[in-house]
Design a protein around this ligand. Structure first.
Ligand SMILES: Cc1ncc(COP(=O)(O)O)c(C=O)c1O
Length: 170
């Protein structure tokens, strides 16, 4: 079966934007994720009806809670997990910062972290901050610029009994 790329593209209104008659091309994908029409409509519908903080005992709060739970369930279905394992946040950097602070409660001075020289700063800076604050040691995994890949063969030498986390995307 051929992947229906044109059908998928048609779901994203931003992909048909033109600038002075020229089709816009988005090269910096994570720097501005485009949203599909169904999500835009659902968010818009909710905001028009009236949003609220969740956890309240009034209708707009219940509606908000229901929508958030449905979004967690949909994302868990897409990624293959449980709704409780899904967290939404301001952006990836902020979520990683929160995660790093939560995990660091279990870590001590002298423990070790591995970060890579290939990852986006959003997956490096939060771990460096934790290491600084807790007195942990940071080990760096380098990359080979020619294929642009991490030197995974070097990873075992960076791991030890004090390693608490490897923050990297292979
Ligand atoms: C590859 C990559 N990862 C992570 C991020 C961080 O994403 P966010 O802006 O959601 O914090 C970016 C941002 O541009 C990125 O390009």
């Amino acid at each position: 079966m051929q992947f229906p790329i044109e059908d998928v593209r048609a779901q994203f209104p931003a992909l048909s934007t033109t600038d002075s008659g020229v089709q816009r091309i988005y090269f910096d994908a994570p720097g501005g994720t485009q949203i599909c029409g169904a999500a835009i409509d659902r968010i818009s519908e909710h905001l028009k009806k009236g949003t609220a903080n969740d956890g309240g005992v009034f209708q707009s709060s219940r509606d908000t809670q229901e929508l958030v739970e449905a979004a967690h369930a949909a994302m868990a279905d897409l990624l293959g997990g449980h709704p409780d394992e899904i967290a939404f946040g301001a952006n990836m950097t902020t979520l990683t910062l929160s995660l790093s602070r939560a995990l660091a409660q279990e870590w001590d001075a002298g423990d070790e972290l591995v970060v890579t020289r290939l990852d986006h700063d959003a997956n490096i800076a939060p771990w460096l901050l934790v290491a600084r604050d807790k007195g942990m040691t940071v080990r760096w995994l380098d990359f080979d610029p020619a294929p642009g890949r991490l030197e995974l063969d070097a990873l075992p030498q960076l791991l030890g009994t004090k390693t608490r986390l490897v923050a990297g995307r292979p």
